[in-house]
Design a protein. Structure first.
Length: 290
């Protein structure tokens, strides 16, 4: 007969070990996450295990982009990116690009609690001798499949595959930000992700100097996230287009009257036609002394 599990606290005479950890377990009935020992006891970086446990605890649809993870953890972009690459190489994480019907490209992330092809119960009954192929990925409703950018699908900017695909004018604007504020130093991937939004502002009629001013004014003294996240938030709203000038207003200029010489006193004045100045017409000019 198998021993029943107990959640009672260990007593002093219960044969507790004299060294090492002693588990004081509490049965959880809600708000908990189950992860495999293979992941929790994985040798290597503690940041990688922490990121994996955090992603596993999130509900479907939660943002798991690098910017979102950096906003939660105190580690920077380099360590978070390295942890995601390690999880991807180990088979726990899968990131793939998908093209939407509108032509835009977005990245979707799938997290697997058991890596592809790994036996979740190595101590259980042996598998039949038939060859075991790789686990089929679900075609619909994948686990933790969420967009990389935490934006609605209808406002998600199109991310070029590389910075070379971006608008050169948008890249010039993003490069100029670092000259105004030294903290706004962007990576190549961040600039490629922000360039489409800057292009939309340029297409709306805003000038480069005006865009730089809107993106750099009123920034906080301390950034709690990467500068790219703050810039993406400011670029999220598309500005109203600048109305073009009508032909009547474009050609409208103030009328400048030509110079005329007064017939009575030779005074120079402006008038549409030759004649007398205002003083001569009103008779208020004093007669010259003779």
């Amino acid at each position: 007969m198998a021993d029943s599990q107990s959640n009672a606290r260990l007593r002093a005479d219960a044969g507790a070990p004299t060294s090492g950890v002693i588990h004081v377990r509490t049965r959880l009935t809600a708000d908990f996450t189950v992860i495999s020992n293979a992941l929790a006891q994985r040798r290597g970086s503690a940041v990688t295990i922490g990121v994996a446990a955090y992603i596993a605890s999130l509900p479907d649809g939660a943002p798991v982009s690098i910017a979102a993870l950096c906003a939660h953890f105190t580690e920077g972009e380099i360590l978070i990116s390295r942890a995601l690459r390690e999880l991807e190489a180990a088979g726990y994480l899968e990131r793939r690009r998908e093209r939407l019907p509108t032509g835009r490209i977005r990245t979707r992330t799938c997290f697997y609690d058991v890596p592809d092809g790994e036996d979740p119960d190595p101590d259980g009954p042996p598998e039949p001798p038939a060859p075991r192929g790789p686990r089929k990925r679900p075609a619909t409703a994948p686990a933790a499949a969420v967009p990389e950018m935490p934006q609605p699908a209808d406002t998600e900017p199109e991310s070029p595959l590389s910075l070379a695909d971006a608008d050169p004018r948008a890249v010039a604007v993003l490069t100029a930000l670092h000259r105004v504020d030294s903290r706004l130093l962007l990576s190549v991937q961040e600039a490629a992700r922000l360039a489409p939004a800057v292009s939309r502002w340029l297409a709306a009629g805003l000038g480069t100097v005006q865009i730089v001013k809107l993106l750099t004014e009123g920034l906080p003294d301390h950034f709690l996230t990467r500068p790219a996240g703050i810039l993406a938030y400011r670029l999220r709203g598309t500005p109203l287009p600048v109305p073009p000038l009508s032909p009547a207003h474009r050609d409208e200029r103030p009328v400048v009257l030509p110079f005329q010489t007064c017939d009575g006193c030779d005074k120079v004045f402006r008038a549409p036609e030759p004649g007398q100045c205002r003083s001569c017409r009103s008779g208020s000019r004093l007669p010259a002394a003779g």
